[in-house]
Design a protein around this ligand. Sequence first.
Ligand code: ATP
Length: 328
Amino acid sequence: MAAISHRREKGARTFSTMPDSAVRLLSVVKNYDRQRAVDNLSLEVPAGSIYGFIGPNGSGKTTTLRLILHLILPDQGIVEVLGERGTRAANDRIGYLPEERGLYKKMTVQRQIGYFGRLKGVSGPLIRKRTEYWLDRLGLADRIGAKTESLSKGMRQKVQFITAVIMKPDILILDEPFSGLDPLNLETIRKEILQLKREGTTILLSTHDMTAAENMCDNIFMIDGGKKVLDGPLSKIQENFGQDTIRVRLRGNEFNSWETLPGVSAVRDQGRYQELRFKGDSGEIIEQLSRLGVVEHFEIVQPSLHDIFLRLAAGDKPPEKESEPSDE
Ligand code: ATP
């Protein structure tokens, strides 16, 4: 079934049909020489969602994004973009912010954005209108005539973001969009990404920022060694891990044998508190802790995405999904 996406631009409205899945990969394999970068990968990105790509360095995130963009071809498997297997949709309907930034130093901001807009087939008047709109939104209106070499790193990053959205893409691929941004600019870009999602854009967000992934993404996909190790809504993923984490702080903080506590299998020093992975009776731990000193903080929580990432990257298997209870 196809849904209709409504894309609005200051009064003007365009309609385009959008399949339920913006991107589909089926059993995709990609090798570089003898290195297998993507290993039998299947995934489906729901249209209109923010889909988070996470994974250790060198795990295959950028390669997967480049496959979706049709910048490289798979050795095996199928890559489908907006229901198409050819290059047209990938060329015409995906905006891309690459990890390796590339602006022409001597070009002005306006020419730079115009250049990328024309590459994507946007008409001159629309480029001008959208350039003004975006520079204004991102606080760069007074830099329209400046050469990019005269901009700060954060400003260049924002210009590069504009080059990715100037075509008003149906799918926006952002590879590490927050790297090098101060908290203020990070917030600006974060808000714009969420606004684009509200307008119907599907966003693929590759990031090492686990807090951003946790807060922004509808679905989280984790790749390790080219293989999918996690895929689904964060709430479901966390649910599967269960409430197996204790955050605790003892006054004075002199105790340092946390792993000897009953049921504790791993300890992470978070600085202001300790994070313990445990299985069993929390009452027993509370009892032991209260014998050790004054417990200033104690809570039982689901693991954070950061913690889940560390566990999976260390080779832990994700917990088996509980089967849904039958209504009958
Ligand atoms: P990072 O988080 O560090 O950006 P990544 O998850 O994006 O990493 P990729 O860049 O996709 O990882 O790399 C996956 C694997 O493929 C790595 O082992 C890398 O060395 C290899 N690789 C990537 N590009 C090439 C290339 N052009 N030629 C040869 N090997 C490559």
